[in-house]
Write a protein that binds this ligand. Sequence first.
Ligand SMILES: [Zn+2]
Length: 109
Amino acid sequence: MELHSSTLLAVVFGMFLLLLFLVLAIVIFRAVLRRPSSSPPLIPTEDGHYEVAGKRVSCSHCHGSRFQTKEILLNTWLLSLLRIDWLDSSAIVLTCQECGQLTWFAQDE
Ligand SMILES: [Zn+2]
């Protein structure tokens, strides 16, 4: 049996449409089912510290209160497989400037 190039092109195009549909379904699914904000926000204070739920954040190891912040993606296998992991949720990570311990805070969008 000989495979025609037009048949192969139709199969590739169909797979592309299927992948596109899957990506759109994931985006819509995540947007519809997104839960309302439940985690308290991380608030930088004027003196260079951070507060969560009304309490100043301190390092659980050295009790330091100076941090560097970075937003980290919480990757899931499906979105990583599809190479659209930028759609995943994220967290704010505080890195203690004294000892380097990482403290994670969920970040609702
Ligand atoms: Zn520390």
